[in-house]
Ligand binder design. Sequence first.
Ligand code: NAP
Length: 321
Amino acid sequence: MRAKQDIQKLVIIGSGPAAYSAAIYSARANLNPIVFEGFMSGPIGGQLMTTTEVENFPGFPGSILGPKLMENMKEQAKKFGSICLMEDAMQVDFSKEPFVVQGSKSKFLTHTVIIATGANAKRLDIIGANEGEFWQKGVTACAICDGAAPIFRDKELYVIGGGDSAVEEAVFLTKYGKKVYIVHRRDELRASKIMAARALDHPKVEILWNSEIIEILGDKVVTKVVLKNNKTNTKETRDAAGVFFAIGHSPNTSFLNNQIELYPNGYIKVEKGTTNTSIPGIFAAGDVQDYTYRQAITAAGSGCMAALDTEKYLVEKGYLY
Ligand code: NAP
């Protein structure tokens, strides 16, 4: 059976490495993907749009700026015929096929959907931490992306959080910083025992219990933090070159309105080793279904998987000829 003219073969929702990789692969397979890149929902290009140098994406030994990497991915997706729309997907109807994706301007019926809307690192509204202050000038939400920057070398670094991410990022940062402090609001880590031990046993990591950073100070980049002990209410100003938020991520799934199965933490559930969601024909790729790895390269890899899974599904359903 041929795909009807007014029913798309594939709609992709998102514009990060997962979405554009899915678009590149599916466009090359003649699936003519429509890509809802977003508009009000966050920067087109996703989380890499808020980073500077990307040094760990294979193929760029001299590093590449996050926004440039995303511009290249988009160009490559468009080169093979992806239709990129600067629009948010506002609503979806996955109750029956063809599925419906309703954007802020357009509406499409489609045989398949790849959800690649990503996740956003949570941030705190601390004085000095925002855009126009020291955000990306020592304040970041991704130690693994930004930790190797020269401004952090042999300096005091502060990681906020008490979960596995905070521990992992703190231990990672010991490669670069003189000393790494984990600033945790309670007197007990949320991190798993094995991860917690890594922080507690590490000679370059110290945990500041019952503590919060209430202000970030600096000139061109971060130079100091003001810490508050929330039990004693004492305040102290310390030297600092970096503040890293590691307080969790929020997957962007609210527009799905609970139509597909999610994990209790809100991430989309996929069948192990595939990008299949709980609804046949709906696939998920990138950070929206990955709370473990969360790297641009793993997102891109799963975008490729989603495109291949989609093509297989369309062939099996007889929509491709
Ligand atoms: P998480 O487990 O939700 O921990 C978030 C931490 O941030 C908690 O300690 C929390 O404090 C703190 N926090 C949250 N909001 C805060 C606020 N407003 N002010 C100050 N602190 C705040 O998130 P995660 O560490 O990113 O981990 C997410 C998932 O990924 C977990 O399932 C984790 O096991 C997994 N993960 C696994 C690995 C690994 O195994 N290698 C690595 C990273 C992540 P409270 O404890 O007081 O709530």
